[in-house]
Design a protein around this ligand. Sequence first.
Ligand code: UDP
Ligand code: MG
Length: 331
Amino acid sequence: MHGPALSVVIPCYNEAEGLQELHRRLVAAIEPHFAQDFEIVLVNDGSRDATWAGMVALSDADPRVLCVNLARNHGHQLALTAGLAQAAGELIFILDADLQDPPELIGPMLELIRAGNDVVYGQRRKRDGETAFKRATAAAFYRLLDRLVDVDIPRDTGDFRLMTRRVLNVLQAMPERYRFVRGMVSWVGFKQAALQYDRDARFAGETKYPLHKMISFAIDAITSFSVAPLRIASWMGVCAGLGAMLMLGYVLGAWVMGYAISGWTSTLAIILVLGSTQLMILGIMGEYLGRMYMEAKRRPLYIIDEVHGVRGARGNAVHQLHENIRERVNG
Ligand code: UDP
Ligand code: MG
């Protein structure tokens, strides 16, 4: 099957208010470059508002819009993955639904692709309408990631990017469940370039990343690209060993000299420090073990309820499964 020149992929969770404006601005930004040769893949990630109805209306009015309804909320990165699996274009443009990433940047991004890059990612110069807390935590997160991870994951980027089909093909060959898509794209390699931009405030609605989601997003990112935290155990072991030798020298010395040692403070200090360190290390090992367990189950990454649009349903894990079973049953 021959796809369009461009697929735009947008994960949406409770974004009903902004959909119309998103479609209007997006189409206005793309048409000068691609005429009619593009598609827009909207993924409804189990929204609780009228997002799905809004998408269906858009798609009925504009045959270039394909919408995918997930069976429940799967989270931003898996919703994005579901959209990417439907994208048939030669170039893939990833966008947030809230217009924080200006779609008009498709022009300069396209130029960088024409100059021989396979990925052009948006890099935020400034962030409007985001709290100082969000900015500080984001900064700290990217710096930590930088230290722990061998892959060069650029700072201050989101999933806002334009990339070629061959990058998407590699992404699709990566089956992992804990997906940090921007890191996976960096991992692929080829030629990648940054495009600096100023991040706007949300057009409508509110952020879908409260603190606890940001923390688990950060842990997913680090654990899927690095085993450095596991090494903490070894380092702490070395430090504790050195400390133990000093302590032993002191204790034996004191014994030889015949001091009476009360010992309550030192004993408790040792128990507290070693006990909490061991628990923390167990926790880190548990994070990795739990992820291995979840990966080992090999469940489909997401469940598609319905694909609405001219192109209709294309292969997805569950439909495929039903097809296979039907074939087997019917001989
Ligand atoms: N999103 C999603 N599923 C979720 C959470 C978010 O599809 O469970 C989408 C959301 O609709 C938006 C994008 O992911 O298009 C980024 O979310 P948001 O703008 O809330 O993140 P922020 O810009 O605040 O980091
Ligand atoms: Mg946003």
